[in-house]
Design a protein around this ligand. Structure first.
Ligand code: ACO
Length: 436
């Protein structure tokens, strides 16, 4: 049921002609209104041009709100700072999926449901053997998460609300198991099965770090840090991977295939791959004395070098998640007894220089969440190749909530952008012997 309100009209006139159209202006609860252009082509015979969709609202959504200029992020109306301080990841999953904070009873039921879906079909284990040991774990994630559709045939009917809910539970619960196994496979270590007596974050850390030969106790500090990372990355409205999930979902594809598509989109260094890229950049810089030369390289347009972990499509002020992550980063390093972490010191110096440099100030480039998350994950002993995988574990709830919202939206149609064609006009085929 649409909650969009008509806030006025916009009249568009094509200059030099008498053609004009009056289009509705639609307003949501927060944020700028949007011009409803659904009848634009019909009325004026023109399309809109918006590469990267920076000015286009592709859907109506009640899940997440971002005010990029004010540095605000809300999940279902609740500020990320409050959720990070007072909630935990499973409660945030409930909130994102159902729209309201749960009662104690609803939360216990949900937590139990997620916990008891963490095991994967035994035959799915064999998939891992098909990958090379040195495969990137994101490649393994794309393949194995997509393969879930071949194992859970009983929840592929996207038109059945109960089947959609079961698929959501399965994805939230099983993605950490698959992620941990992708890591274990790369190490050549045995897979560690989920444990129902541990929290979501602790179970994930246990599957990542335990070995059968000895007991592994999850540090409460690391458990809290992982839970925080999961909360901060849980959803971020219509970003590239979420839009990919929605686009795939708009075709009627099953939820496992849609989430696999989201994982593929997340892999890129401009998106989820950024925290891995931040660590690589820091180790390439090597020493604070090399920062000025690196900054000059970033400013040189011909170099194509970017300051990874800086800049955001939407936040043109501090990324609120980066603020929380920065504080957690210091707390984690202190608790872990890391008093001298050269990469962190390098990152802090890089941040200091970049925040006072005219190039970054004038372009409103601030550190994003990935600038700090990579450093925390490194301090936790997690290898860089797993950073984006952890992001995917966290974002699964955002993807599945957005997918459910899409399927339940009666106005949803197959996603099908248009284009402005600039290739050759119609021409006739030339036989090969006649080509010059
Ligand atoms: N380093 C140097 N210059 C940058 C950076 C950067 N990290 N980001 C943007 N710019 C420059 C652009 O070159 C451009 O300069 P110009 O106006 O002289 O041409 C200007 O700032 C505006 O940038 P856009 O490219 O228009 O910004 P856009 O919104 O398209 O890109 C993006 C956002 C992709 C995140 C970009 O800032 C980037 O690549 N950052 C580094 C990668 C990164 O950290 N990604 C993580 C995103 S957060 C996430 O996924 C959780």
């Amino acid at each position: 049921m649409s909650s969009l309100k008509r806030a006025g009209d916009v009249t568009i006139t094509i200059e030099g002609t008498n053609r004009s159209a009056t289009l509705p202006l639609l307003a949501g609860t927060l944020g700028p209104p949007a011009v409803d252009i659904r009848k634009l082509y019909q009325e004026l015979g023109v399309f809109t041009f918006d590469p990267g969709y920076g000015e286009t609202a592709s859907c109506e959504s009640k899940i997440t709100y971002i005010d990029g200029d004010a540095g605000v992020l809300l999940y279902r109306g609740y500020p990320i700072e409050q959720l990070a301080e007072k909630s935990d990841f499973v409660e945030v999953c409930y909130l994102l999926m159902y729209g309201e904070l749960p009662t104690a009873e609803q939360l216990a039921h949900f937590r139990r449901g997620v916990t008891y879906h963490t095991m994967v079909h035994e035959q799915l284990r064999r998939f891992f053997d098909g990958f090379r040991r040195d495969a990137h774990p994101m490649a393994v994630m794309c393949g194995v998460v997509g393969a879930l559709a071949a194992f859970y045939h009983d929840n592929l009917d996207i038109n059945d609300p109960r089947q959609r809910e079961i698929a959501a539970y399965r994805l939230i619960a099983k993605v950490p198991t698959i992620a941990a196994w992708a890591y274990k496979y790369s190490l050549g270590q045995p897979f560690i099965y989920p444990r129902n007596d541990l929290s979501y974050a602790a179970n994930f850390l246990h599957m990542l770090n335990a070995v059968p030969a000895e007991e592994y106790k999850v540090s409460p500090t690391l458990e809290k840090a992982m839970d925080l990372i999961l909360i901060l990355h849980a959803d971020h409205e219509q970003n590239a991977s979420t839009s990919t999930v929605r686009l795939a979902g708009s075709t009627g594809a099953n939820p496992f295939a849609c989430i696999a598509a989201g994982i593929a989109a997340l892999w890129g260094p401009a998106h989820g791959g950024a925290n891995e890229a931040v660590l690589k950049m820091l180790s390439d810089i090597g020493h604070p004395k090399n920062i000025p030369a690196f900054i000059n390289e970033v400013k040189d347009k011909n170099s194509h070098t970017k300051l990874m972990g800086f800049g955001h499509r939407v936040y043109k002020n501090f990324d609120p998640r980066a603020k929380i992550m920065k504080e957690s980063c210091h707390a984690v390093l202190k608790e872990l007894g890391v008093t001298h972490e050269p990469l962190l010191e390098l990152a802090m110096e890089l941040e200091r220089i970049a925040l006072t440099d005219e190039y970054f100030i004038s372009r409103k480039l601030y550190p994003n969440v990935d600038f700090y998350s990579g450093i925390i994950l490194k301090a936790m002993g997690i290898p860089t190749s797993m950073f984006t995988v952890i992001f995917a574990v966290a974002r699964t709830i955002g993807w599945i909530s957005q997918w459910k919202e899409l399927i339940e939206d009666p106005s949803q149609r197959i996603g099908r952008p248009r284009q402005v064609y600039t290739g050759p006009p119609r021409r006739d085929y030339v036989p090969i012997e006649a080509r010059g």
